[in-house]
Design a protein around this ligand. Structure first.
Ligand code: CMP
Length: 390
C-alpha cells in the first residue's frame, strides 16, 4: 500500500510540476525500491487470484475499520467504551475473514447486527421483572454503535475506491465496494428500525453527534488562530476553557425511555377505541406491555397458545404458507389458538421494534364474556383469517 501511495503522490506532483511521466515513474520506482518491494508489488498483485485479493482487501478493511474507531474516539466523537465495543466487532470481522474469507466476513457482520445473548437477557429482565434501565442502556449503546458504524462505512467506501483500488485493482475494489454497500444497507435498516420506535431519542442522539463534530471544529479553529498569533494566549486559554465545559454536556447521553404508557398504547387499538373510559381503564389492567425486537419470533407454529397480542406500534408479519401478511399498529394476532383451542397456525415475526400488549387466556375469556360485542368483532376477524388460510 505504501508503494501504491508513493506512486500516486509522485505522479500527482509530477503532473503539477510539468515533469514527464517516464521520469516520474523512474523516481517512484526508486523510492519504492527504498522499502525493498519495487516491481515486486505489481508482480505479486498480478499473480494473485481474485479470491486472494478479496481476502487481502477484507482483512485490510477490517484493520482500517478498527483504526477509524480509535480515531473517532481521539476526535471525541464517541466514548472510549463505544469505540472499544465497535473495534472488538471489527476484530471479529477480521477473524471471520481468516476462517472463511468473504463468507466469514459476512457471517460476522450478520452476527454483530443481531441481538447478543446479553441483550436477550436484558429483554427478559424487562419483560419478567420490569427492569428497564439495563435494556435502555443496551439499546442506547446499539444506537451509538450503529451511528458510528454508519459513518465509518462511508469512510471505508472511500478508502476502497481510492487506495485499495490502486493496490488490488478496480475489479476487486468493485467486489469489496459491493460487500461494504450491503453491510451499510443492513446498518441503515437496523438504525431505521430504532428510529421508527424511538424518534425523539434518535433526533437527540444525532444532534449530540453533530454537536461533537461542531465543537471539535470550533476547537481546531481556535488552535489555528492561536498558531497564527491572531489571538493571544490568554484569549486562547479562555476559549479553550469554555469549550471543555461544553464537552461535558456533549458527552452526556440523552435518556431513553423505553416504556410507553399502557393507556396510551390502548388508545391506538381501534378495537377498543369506542369503549367508555372506565371500561378502557379496566381493560388496561389486564394487558401486559411487551417490547419485541426486529426479527423476533413472537409466535411459533404448532405451539400451544396461551395469549393473544395487540400491536400498539410497529409491525409484524404472519408467515402463512401461501404468502406473508403484515399487521400494523392497532391490529391483533394470536386470537385463533385461544378461540379454537388448536395449536398456533403460523409463525408471527416482528418486522421492527414493536410495542405489543399481551392478553392472557384467562383474561381473554373474562373480557369476552363481559363484552359480547367485542367477542363478535374478534370472532369475525378470526373467521375471515381462517377462511383465507383454508
Ligand atoms: P394463532 O393461530 O393463535 O397464531 C398465529 C396467528 O396468525 C393466528 O392466530 C392469527 O392471529 C394470525 N393469522 C392467521 N392467518 C392470518 C391471516 N390470513 N391474516 C392475518 N393474520 C392471520
Amino acid at each position: 500500500m505504501a508503494v501504491a501511495d508513493i506512486r500516486e503522490r509522485v505522479a500527482k506532483i509530477a503532473a503539477a510540476e510539468g515533469i514527464d511521466e517516464a521520469t516520474a515513474t523512474a523516481i517512484a520506482n526508486d523510492a519504492a525500491g527504498g522499502i525493498g518491494v519495487a516491481g515486486k508489488s505489481e508482480a505479486a498483485a498480478e499473480a494473485l487470484e481474485e479470491e486472494d485479493r478479496v481476502y487481502i482487501g477484507l482483512t485490510t478493511l477490517a484493520s482500517r475499520e478498527r483504526e477509524l474507531y480509535l480515531e473517532a474516539h481521539r476526535d471525541r466523537l464517541v466514548s472510549r467504551r463505544i469505540a472499544d465495543i465497535a473495534s472488538a466487532q471489527a476484530s471479529r470481522l477480521q477473524d471471520g475473514v481468516k476462517t472463511a474469507s468473504r463468507a466469514g466476513y459476512e457471517a460476522a457482520v450478520a452476527r454483530d447486527l443481531g441481538f447478543s445473548a446479553l441483550f436477550r437477557l436484558a429483554l427478559l429482565a424487562y419483560r419478567r421483572l420490569g427492569h428497564k434501565r439495563w435494556l435502555a442502556a443496551l439499546l442506547a449503546d446499539r444506537f451509538e454503535i450503529l451511528l458510528i458504524q454508519q459513518a465509518v462505512q462511508r469512510r471505508l467506501a472511500e478508502f476502497t475506491s481510492g487506495r485499495l483500488a490502486a493496490l488490488l485493482g478496480a475489479p476487486t475494489a468493485l467486489t469489496l465496494a459491493g460487500i461494504l454497500a450491503s453491510r451499510l444497507g443492513a446498518i441503515d435498516r437496523a438504525l431505521a428500525a430504532l428510529k421508527l420506535q424511538y424518534p425523539d431519542y434518535a433526533r437527540a442522539m444525532q444532534a449530540k453527534y453533530l454537536g461533537r463534530i461542531a465543537l471539535r471544529l470550533e476547537e481546531a479553529s481556535y488552535r489555528g488562530l492561536y498558531a497564527e498569533s491572531a489571538i493571544s494566549q490568554e484569549v486562547f486559554r479562555d476559549l479553550s476553557r469554555r469549550v471543555s465545559g461544553r464537552w461535558q454536556e456533549m458527552r452526556r447521553r440523552p435518556p431513553l425511555d423505553i416504556a410507553v404508557l399502557r393507556q396510551t398504547m390502548l388508545e391506538r387499538v381501534p378495537l377498543f377505541a369506542d369503549l367508555a373510559p372506565d371500561r378502557l381503564a379496566n381493560i388496561a389492567t389486564l394487558l401486559r406491555p411487551r417490547l419485541a425486537v426486529p426479527d423476533e419470533t413472537i409466535i411459533a407454529t404448532g405451539d400451544h397458545g396461551d395469549c393473544m397480542f395487540f400491536v400498539a406500534s410497529g409491525a409484524v408479519e404472519v408467515r402463512l404458507a401461501t404468502e406473508p401478511v403484515r399487521l400494523g399498529s392497532g391490529e391483533f394476532f394470536g386470537e385463533i389458538a385461544l378461540l379454537t383451542h388448536r395449536p398456533r397456525m403460523a409463525d408471527v415475526v416482528a418486522l421492527g421494534y414493536c410495542q405489543l400488549l399481551v392478553l392472557h387466556t384467562r383474561d381473554f375469556n373474562r373480557l369476552l364474556e363481559d363484552d359480547p360485542d367485542l367477542r363478535q368483532r374478534i370472532d369475525r376477524v378470526a373467521r375471515q383469517r381462517l377462511g383465507k388460510s383454508d
